[in-house]
Ligand binder design. Structure first.
Ligand code: ZN
Length: 653
């Protein structure tokens, strides 16, 4: 819906990084009140940016301000290779929100010398530099080059190697001048394991030693990051006024209380309300949420996203959920293993309107929060998939040569380009909304009977449910697919992935271990073998490269149906041996010769393994009285310019 097909997603690629843009489909049709709410929440999301920079490493803000100063003011020769290397380094630092790689955690290596860096700094007015009081430019340069170039200093953002002092050896700024034991002693006994509604102790603070004393500084208004948090609060207060939901207003009020006090009990109260507010058209995350960057798994990085419901995708999942009994009754499984009454789940699909903090520029693909276990168990959790972000990935992966390299037939490529994204989305909807929800166990079957094979088998069951119905006329009748051909794109993609390309993620000599990968491998190899006599699916060579070809889509559909029937039986009866054989024989092993070929072909495509995004700009339109009358969306197209823009507008530390 209102998705512009000529939209330019790809922005640029440098080293192992690719930058994309994402679209805001249907944004224009939101109400003014919803647009205003999104705008205020997005300003809150962007205002917290400095926090993640400082959390990642205590010199990151200083380095960022220096890079910004050079980019803004250096007027010397910009042609030399060293300046170009400086630009790449700057982009990598902006991408990682600091000088450590966002994924590997290693300190980024500048591709230019320390003396060239000194030349750049000396080439600009000293008043533009973030010098400390009384600091000379020489002292400043020596400090920065030490931090950036000395291999013995701050080498890893997070160090979890066995035997390491994870606190002292990690550069992440949750701790300073303390070791692991001191931190563990500091928190020992502070939580009551008996308290069922425990707070996430240490979530929002920094621990350091000053004058021999261990102190904890809490992130709050008037405390650590106070100036940034005050800005976040200003925008959240406006968001309260813009929201038309009593519950949402109350919940944002609690979030503000939390930012004012740093009180983790209030954070719990906030999350309890937020998770119950299940169906807002406009929703958000904002706070200290994920603890992946703390080697001790206690302290959370600051993040925020703002999102709105994808009307089109949610229309799809509603139709599927409303017809879930029809799907159940017409599935090829045995009657005794069907549910008499099945309730489909209308999974929520959202579009991201802004990414902020630790979610920018690298976005998650799905969100499942809150993290506190007792809230998840007693109240629930929200789980959503991010339609426009996934869409950007899908579309750009079509233009990167991958599809062409692994598909022999041009008409197949064209069909996937035309129908692939819709077919994939529909596959996911069927998988989530009815696949997992279908079927029942026989009387007396132990639900844990399939043990370690339970998850790949369960994923295979949901996938097969989707694959089987993808070719059904019912989808055309329900208006979910425009024509039968579209379903073929789904079958082509599925088998190419399961038989050939998904193993690019596996290292040579290793088995397939991840549940979804085992599921796809098992299904693909099983239908290939069972259809072999009739040549339903063909593996063939051309110019010494292997390809997949489906010769009979309808026969293939029946094979998917046969396997669905068998896997439902295995689950319903808890037939561990049969389940084990299926996964072990078809889902685990990789043919080493094929593997080498696929990896070689993939390498030649020179694809960047890490992807991040530029945010759209949300621009309010005011009338003469100063009221917002509309919010317009612009899509900037330069990564570095957006970073510089954010540095000017949202820097409070
Ligand atoms: Zn699943």
């Amino acid at each position: 819906m209102e998705r512009n097909n000529d939209f330019k997603y790809f922005v640029e690629q440098f080293e192992d990084i690719r930058v994309l843009r994402y679209q805001l489909p249907g944004f224009e049709s939101l109400t003014l009140q919803q647009k205003k709410l999104i705008y205020y929440l997005s300003q809150a999301a962007l205002s917290g940016r400095d926090i993640i920079w400082d959390q990642n490493f205590r010199y990151n803000m200083l380095i960022r301000k220096t890079l910004e100063a050079i980019l803004d003011h250096f007027s010397g020769d910009k042609e030399p290779a060293e300046y170009k290397a400086f630009l790449v380094y700057a982009k990598k630092v902006f991408f990682a929100n600091g000088i450590h790689h966002h994924y590997s955690n290693d300190k980024l290596k500048p591709g230019f010398t320390g003396s060239y860096f000194a030349t750049l700094i000396e080439g600009i007015d000293r008043n533009c530099l973030p010098l400390a009081a009384g600091q000379t430019v020489e002292e400043f340069i020596s400090l920065l080059t030490g931090v950036m170039y000395d291999e013995k200093l701050f080498g890893r953002k997070v160090e979890q190697r066995a035997g390491a002092d994870m606190v002292a050896e990690s550069a992440v700024n949750f701790y300073e001048n303390v070791n692991q034991k001191e931190v563990e002693d500091f928190y020992a006994g502070k939580t009551d394991p008996q308290d069922p509604h425990t707070v996430s102790i240490g979530l929002n603070s920094k621990v350091s030693k000053k004058e021999g004393k261990i102190i904890e500084e809490v992130y709050r208004s008037g405390g650590l990051y106070g100036p940034v948090i005050d800005q976040i609060i200003i925008w959240l207060e406006k968001a309260i006024i813009a929201s038309d939901s009593e519950m949402q207003r109350k919940e944002i009020g609690l979030l503000i209380d939390f930012y004012r006090t740093g009180n983790l009990k209030v954070w719990n109260d906030y999350n309890v309300l937020w998770v119950q507010d299940n169906e807002p058209e406009v929703d958000y995350n904002n706070g200290f949420i994920e603890t992946y960057s703390d080697p001790l798994g206690m302290k959370a990085t600051w993040e925020s996203i703002v999102n709105y419901t994808d009307i089109e995708a949610s229309r799809r999942t509603k139709i599927i959920a409303a017809n879930s009994q029809w799907f159940e009754d017409n599935s090829p499984t045995q009657p005794q293993y069907k549910k008499e009454k099945v309730t489909g789940v209308a999974a929520k699909v959202i579009n991201i309107a802004i990414l902020g903090g630790d979610c920018y520029p690298v976005s998650p693909l799905g969100i499942n929060l809150p993290n506190a276990n007792w809230i998840r168990k007693e109240i629930g959790s929200k789980s959503v998939s991010l339609a426009n972000i996934t869409n950007a990935y899908d579309i750009t992966s079509q233009g990167n040569g991958f599809l062409e390299e692994f598909t022999a037939d041009q008409s197949e490529v064209d069909r996937i380009k035309k129908y692939g994204p819709l077919a994939e989305a529909l596959h996911t909807d069927l998988h989530e909304c009815v696949g997992h929800a279908s079927g029942k166990l026989a009387e007396g079957t132990d639900p844990n009977a399939l043990k370690n094979y339970a998850s790949p088998l369960e994923e295979a069951r949901a996938d097969l449910f989707a694959l089987y119905f993808m070719m059904d006329k019912k989808l055309l009748d329900l208006g979910l697919l425009p024509r039968e051909d579209a379903a073929k794109a789904s079958y082509d993609t599925y088998l190419r992935n399961g038989l050939l390309t998904q193993i690019v993620r596996i290292k040579p000599g290793k088995d397939i271990e991840e549940a979804h990968m085992r599921d796809r491998s098992a299904i693909s190899h099983w239908v290939y073998e069972k259809g072999r006599e009739e040549n339903v699916v063909e593996l063939f060579r051309k110019d010494n490269k292997r390809y997949v070809k489906i010769n009979d889509y309808f026969r293939l559909r029946n094979l998917f149906g046969d396997l669905l029937k068998e896997i439902q039986r295995i689950k319903s009866e808890g037939d561990y041996e049969a389940g084990k054989n299926l996964i072990e024989n078809y889902g685990v092993k990789v043919d080493p010769e094929l593997h080498a070929e696929i990896l070689e072909r993939y390498k030649k495509l020179n694809l960047a393994p890490f992807t991040g995004f530029i945010n759209p700009n949300l621009i309010p339109v005011y009338n003469q009285k100063g009221d917002i009358t509309d919010v317009k969306v612009e899509y900037p197209n330069d990564f570095l310019s957006q970073m510089m823009d954010y540095g000017r507008k949202y820097s409070f530390l």
